[in-house]
Design a protein around this ligand. Structure first.
Ligand SMILES: NC(=O)c1ccc[n+]([C@@H]2O[C@H](COP(=O)([O-])OP(=O)(O)OC[C@H]3O[C@@H](n4cnc5c(N)ncnc54)[C@H](O)[C@@H]3O)[C@@H](O)[C@H]2O)c1
Length: 433
């Protein structure tokens, strides 16, 4: 066999999304779906007896315990058809398979990314053995007695438990994209989503910063799935590539948090036009491009989803020396409302979160910006943080996790009836009427 040619990327993507939806509809589980360029699977897939050979049951304890049996044969990338096949399989008392062989596409795995390599090797090895066994007189799968023995085998159930993920948060298994995840609020939200069990793609223009966020997630949650993706939200091609990278890796999408933002602070009379246009580009065009691409995937996937625009209290209450910020942050809220109206029928909820001032880890609150604020209020730079905290009703400094908690809530099923809304998390500084 020459160099293996993978299937068409658009077909692979459609297969991943359809399988993910079918698993969700038949089990309620959010699962990543990975496509494997695997030679054994490709050779096996073209056999006319492939479906029959896979139906013979598990060959080894590993295939039974780690892969939940041999790969399930699928004819085409249609969620309804796959769901019916999975349902039939589950009705026989078997567990949901982790490997799938789709005609003309190849091997797809639906499992925790930490176990992908193990399951690929078990599934492909099993196909190799099945093909060879056929030539040598037929397949001897494990008997029912052997399978029952393994099921109750203490060491195997312990091994199986270890191979499962430990976190069980409100967003378990959901696939999330966070922009601006290399700093400040984006970073805090990426970490907060991971704490809630989501798989997080940390997108940022600044790649090393996004990688640092991923390593912070991994340090705290060694089993968590997190990936750094370079993305300039103002560039259409870069946005498309970021989603392609995500789909190749995990095969689906559930959550987008738009957080990459800028805040050029000038008085009206001193505001350069290019700074104004720059803010429109990042804060409005960037949010739009990310949401448009997300909505297309979410609609194709058919599992609903959640989009959050991270706006600001400045989107509700204008502040001085903040023309582009006031305009764009108000625009983000209003874009979200319109998107909520357009996407509701697909079960996609769109909401805005308006934080008050969050100083922790923010590059917006750089020394220059603090100086501008100090000047605005006639106070010293070191008095700026206490000054803002004192303006809140709760007299409580807002931390990144406070905003992450608001985002996690809106993305979770607990917020299932909430869309087109604006959640203000500002220790009570601005009241929405
Ligand atoms: N910090 C606050 O007080 C506060 C309050 C309310 C709302 N917000 C909002 O939170 C968001 C983040 O603010 P922050 O204070 O954490 O800012 P920050 O400057 O610390 O982080 C912004 C991140 O966005 C990235 N970024 C900038 N342009 C990008 C682009 N074109 N493509 C991809 N990534 C890009 C930067 O590299 C950076 O990592 C903004 O939307 C801001 O309006 C912040």
């Amino acid at each position: 066999m020459g160099k293996l040619k993978p299937a068409d990327p658009i077909q692979i993507q459609a297969a991943q999304l359809a399988l993910r939806k079918a698993i969700f509809d038949s089990t309620g589980q959010y699962m990543p779906v990975t496509y494997c360029v695997n030679e054994d699977a490709a050779r096996f897939m073209v056999r006319s007896d492939a479906a029959g050979l896979l139906a013979a049951g598990p060959l080894s304890p590993d295939e039974m315990v780690y892969a939940n049996g041999p790969a399930l044969w699928l004819e085409r990338p249609e969620a309804k058809v796959i769901q019916a096949k999975i349902r039939k399989h589950l009705d026989t008392g078997q567990a949901i398979p982790r490997a799938y062989l789709m005609k003309s596409i190849g091997l797809l795995l639906a499992c925790n990314p930490a176990t992908t390599a193990t399951i690929e090797s078990i599934a492909a090895g099993s196909m190799r053995v099945r093909g060879a066994a056929e030539r040598l007189g037929g397949i001897w799968a494990l008997s029912k007695r052997q399978r029952d023995f393994i099921r109750t085998w203490e060491s195997e159930s312990y091994r199986e438990k270890l191979s499962r993920t430990t976190s069980q948060g409100s967003l378990q298994g959901r696939i999330a994209v966070v922009t601006g995840a290399g700093s400040g609020l984006g970073r805090g939200i990426a970490i907060g989503l991971a704490r809630a069990g989501a798989m997080v793609a940390a997108c940022d223009l600044d790649r090393p910063a996004a990688e640092e966020t991923v390593s912070l997630i991994r340090q705290e949650m060694p089993g968590a799935a997190a990936a750094a993706i370079t993305c300039n939200v103002t560039d259409e091609t870069s946005v498309e590539q970021a989603y392609q990278t995500l789909l190749q890796r995990w095969g689906g999408l559930d959550i987008l948090v738009n957080a990459a933002g800028v805040a050029p602070a000038y008085s009206l009379v001193n505001l350069p036009a290019d700074k104004f246009r720059f803010a429109l580009e990042v804060n409005l065009t960037g949010y739009f491009l990310m949401a448009r691409a997300a909505a297309r995937i979410l609609m194709q996937q058919g599992m609903g989803g959640s989009i959050i625009n991270l706006s600001s209290k400045s989107g509700l209450d204008a502040s001085k020396n903040n023309t582009p910020y006031n305009a764009t942050k108000a625009g983000e809220i209003h874009m979200a409302r319109g998107w909520a109206m357009e996407l509701g029928e697909y079960g996609i909820r769109v909401n805005s979160v308006c934080p008050g001032n969050v100083f922790e880890g923010s590059k917006i609150w750089n020394p220059e910006y603090i100086k501008v604020c100090a000047k605005k209020y006639g106070i010293k730079p070191e008095e700026v943080i206490p000054y803002y905290v004192n303006k809140t009703i709760l007299k409580r400094e807002i931390k990144r996790q406070d905003i992450a908690d608001a985002v996690v809530f809106l993305c979770s099923d607990q917020a299932r009836t909430i869309t087109g809304q604006t959640l203000v998390a500002d220790s009570g500084q601005v009241m929405v009427r």
